[in-house]
Design a protein around this ligand. Structure first.
Ligand code: FES
Length: 159
């Protein structure tokens, strides 16, 4: 728990204070942890379960229910590919395949150099520019396999 103590203990304490209902505090705490560490470690799950007085299994089930939380360390760039219907109809399957081929990994995997993770997600709210993806916080739309290959190339080269 050393890292939590010197890191973001204060921020968690503020959430605990704000919500008298421990169940309501859980989601904001998980968001904070995901944002700070990039994934939810066993240590964080135990910490929150203990602090909120919730069974660990309950914290796990919430953490695994929502796609925005991950239990494994992700790559530097997380490529979220929308696979909901409007994007699907505009070719998201081909976009996903092009990304997988370009990075030589499957869905939910991370490249060995820890640079990229591919994550299929539901609607990103960009249906008007479907098919769409998001790389970390940057949005891309009206994609074709060729366009997406060029985008990934830029990230590979650090441009
Ligand atoms: S369906 Fe893909 S962004 Fe909405």
């Amino acid at each position: 728990m050393r890292e939590l103590k010197k890191g973001y203990q204060q921020e968690f304490e503020e959430i605990f204070k704000k919500y008298s209902d421990k169940n309501q505090a859980l989601l904001p705490c998980l968001h904070l942890a995901q944002e700070k560490w990039g994934y939810l470690t066993e240590e964080i799950i135990s910490f929150l379960a203990q602090k909120l007085g919730l069974p660990k299994v309950e914290v796990y089930s919430v953490a695994t229910f929502y796609s925005m939380f991950t239990l494994e360390k992700q790559g530097k760039f997380v490529i979220r590919v929308c696979v909901s219907l409007p994007c699907y109809l505009k070719g998201s399957r081909e976009i996903l395949e092009a990304i997988k081929k370009e990075l030589n990994i499957e869905e939910y995997q991370t490249t060995p150099d820890k640079k990229f993770t591919i994550e299929p997600v539901s609607c990103l709210g960009l249906c008007d520019i479907a098919p769409a993806i998001m790389i970390n916080k940057k949005l891309y739309g009206n994609l074709t396999p060729q366009k997406v290959r060029e985008i990934i190339q830029k990230y590979k080269e650090g441009r």
